[in-house]
Design a protein around this ligand. Structure first.
Ligand SMILES: [Zn+2]
Length: 491
C-alpha cells in the first residue's frame, strides 16, 4: 500500500504550451482527498496566443488613411448611458479556456480555496468554481473580497452587453459570501488539521501570502509557502510584504514563488518619481492637463504617489471610472491618504466636460491602462490634440494588441484612432507622451534572497512567462523548477 503524498499541481498560473505563465491562476496542493487551491482566477486575453484573442482584432492599419473626426462635445446624444466597463474584464477570455484546469479537482472531498489578492487573474473565477464545488471553504481578506466583487459584477455586465454566455451570474456572486472566512495578515486557520497562516504580501491592499503545514500520517509535517503576487518594497499606498514573518520558522518543503518580473532589470523608484515630478512640472508650467491611463488597481498607487510628491496641494487631481470604485475600498479600509479620496472622484458627464473645457490645469487618472476600455479612450480623444497636455501610459512595453501601444508608436503630429464605446474617432496626436512604469512585483534578486533565507527543499516558480522563469532559474543556479500547467510535482 503506497503512502499518501503531498503534491502540487498547477491548474493555471504556470507555463502553458505557448510559454505564457500569467493568468487564470490556480495552484492545487493535495494530500489524499484534501485539497488547497491557491487562487481561482481568469485568464486575461493578452495571455492567449494571437489566434485565440477573441473578437477585437488588433487595429494594425495606420490611422493616417482615415477621415479625421473631431469629438463632438456638445451633443448629448454622444453620451453613453452607462460607463463602459474596464479593460480588465474586456481582457477576460471567453469560456473554459479562461479558467484553470478544474477537472483535476476530481476526487477532492475537502477543498479550501485561498484567494491571495483582488486581481482578476487570481480571484475573478471564484463564483464559477463555487458553482461546481459549493461546499468549498474560501479564505480571503476583506479588501480582496471587496475588490474582487467589483470585477465579478463587471464580468457579468460585459458578458451581457457583448452577448456571450457568462461563466457565472449575479446569483452565483451572491453564493460566494456564505462560503467565505475572512482572513488578514497574521490570521492562522485550521482546515481539517492543515494549518494556514497568512502573511502580508505587499503588492496591493489586502494581498496575502500563505504558509501551510500539512500533518502527514504517522510521520511529520509538510510545510509550504505560496507567495501569491508579492512585493517586498512598500509602495505609497501599501506596506511591503512582511519579510520577517515570511522567512521565519524552519525550512519549508516547498515554496511556490511568483516570477512576473524575473527577466526585468528594475528601475529605481527614485528615478521613476523624478521622471514623474519633472513631467508634471513641465505640463503644469505650460498650463496643460495630464492624463494617466492606468489599470484600475494601479490608480490608487498613482494617487498616493502624487500626494507624496506634494502635487495635490498645487493642482487638482481627479479619478474617473473603476479606479474610483477601488479607491473607495482603500478609503473604507482606512489607508492613510485616502480619507478624502471621494472628493477627487469624477461623478458625472458634466464634470468631465467642465474639466475638458476649463482652461485650468488638472491631473486626471482613469482606467484602463491598455486604453481599450474604461474612460481612458474618451479622455485621450479630448486631450491628445493639445501640445500643452501629457498623455501617460503604464509601460514602455505594451502588448501591440492593445490600443495604448499605438500611443507609443504614433509619431508626433500623426493621426491616431481610438475607440470609445465601440465608436472609432481619429485625432492628431500632439500631446506629449510619457510611460510611467511603477511596478508592484518582487524583483529577481529578492526572489533569490527569499530562497536563500528559507532554503526550501523545492522551489517551484509560478506566475511568470517562460523568459522570466528562465532568468530566475539561471540565477538560482538551476535549483528551481519552471512549473507547467497540468504537471504533478511530488513534495
Ligand atoms: Zn496581482
Amino acid at each position: 500500500m503506497s503512502a499518501k503524498k503531498v503534491h502540487v499541481r498547477p491548474l493555471g498560473g504556470s507555463l502553458d504550451r505557448d510559454g505564457h505563465g500569467i493568468g487564470r491562476s490556480g495552484h492545487l496542493v493535495t494530500y489524499g482527498e484534501l485539497g488547497i487551491l491557491f487562487d481561482a482566477g481568469l485568464r486575461p486575453r493578452s495571455a492567449l496566443p494571437p489566434s485565440e484573442r477573441h473578437t477585437h482584432e488588433p487595429r494594425a492599419e495606420f490611422p493616417r488613411f482615415r477621415e479625421l473626426t473631431v469629438p463632438v462635445l456638445d451633443d448629448p446624444l454622444e453620451l453613453p448611458e452607462v460607463l463602459p466597463v474596464e479593460d480588465v474584464d474586456r481582457r477576460m477570455a471567453v469560456g473554459e479556456e479562461a479558467l484553470p484546469l478544474y477537472h483535476y479537482l476530481d476526487g477532492i472531498k475537502e477543498l479550501a480555496i485561498v484567494i491571495t489578492h483582488g486581481h482578476l487573474d487570481h480571484g475573478g473565477g471564484l463564483p464559477f468554481i463555487l458553482k461546481h464545488y459549493p461546499h468549498a471553504h474560501v479564505f480571503i481578506s476583506t479588501a480582496s473580497y471587496a475588490i474582487s466583487e467589483i470585477w465579478w459584477r463587471d464580468s457579468v455586465a460585459i458578458a451581457e452587453r457583448e452577448g456571450f454566455p457568462p461563466l457565472y451570474g449575479d446569483a452565483d456572486i451572491l453564493r460566494v459570501y456564505p462560503r467565505v472566512t475572512f482572513v488578514e495578515e497574521g490570521s492562522i486557520i485550521d482546515f481539517h488539521g492543515v494549518q494556514l497562516e497568512f502573511v502580508r504580501a505587499g503588492h496591493m491592499l489586502g494581498a496575502l501570502a500563505c504558509r501551510f503545514s500539512i500533518p502527514i500520517a504517522g510521520r511529520r509535517v509538510v510545510q509550504g509557502i505560496h507567495t501569491g503576487d508579492i512585493s517586498l518594497k512598500p509602495s505609497e499606498a501599501v506596506e511591503g510584504a512582511d519579510f520577517a514573518r515570511l522567512v521565519s520558522g524552519s525550512s519549508p518543503d516547498v515554496i511556490m514563488i511568483e516570477t512576473t518580473y524575473g527577466d526585468r532589470e528594475p528601475v529605481p523608484e527614485r528615478v521613476l518619481l523624478a521622471q514623474l515630478a519633472q513631467t508634471i512640472d513641465r505640463c503644469m508650467n505650460r498650463g496643460g492637463k495630464l492624463f494617466f491611463g492606468a489599470f484600475a488597481v494601479r490608480v490608487q498607487r498613482l494617487f498616493a504617489t502624487l500626494q507624496r510628491l506634494g502635487v495635490m496641494e498645487r493642482y487638482p487631481i481627479w479619478i474617473d471610472g473603476a479606479g474610483a470604485k477601488i479607491a473607495q475600498v482603500y478609503q473604507a479600509h482606512g489607508v492613510p491618504g485616502f480619507e478624502k479620496v471621494d472628493q477627487h472622484f469624477v461623478e458625472n458627464w458634466k464634470m468631465r466636460y467642465d474639466l475638458v473645457r476649463s482652461p485650468g490645469r488638472a491631473i486626471i487618472l482613469a482606467p484602463s491602462g491598455t486604453y481599450e476600455g474604461g474612460m481612458a479612450p474618451w479622455w485621450f480623444l479630448q486631450l491628445a490634440s493639445d501640445p500643452k497636455n501629457v498623455i501617460g501610459v503604464p509601460s514602455r512595453h505594451m502588448d501591440p494588441c492593445w490600443p495604448g501601444s499605438r500611443i507609443l508608436t504614433t509619431q508626433p503630429g500623426d493621426l491616431i484612432t481610438m475607440s470609445f464605446n465601440k465608436k472609432d474617432q481619429t485625432v492628431p496626436l500632439l500631446a506629449e507622451v510619457e510611460a510611467f512604469g511603477f511596478t508592484a512585483h518582487i524583483e529577481r534578486e529578492e526572489i533569490l534572497e527569499i530562497r536563500d533565507r528559507l532554503r526550501p527543499q523545492n522551489t517551484l516558480l509560478i506566475h511568470g512567462d517562460r523568459e522570466a522563469m528562465q532568468r530566475v532559474k539561471d540565477a538560482a543556479a538551476g535549483d528551481a523548477v519552471m512549473t507547467e500547467i497540468g504537471e504533478l510535482y511530488e513534495i
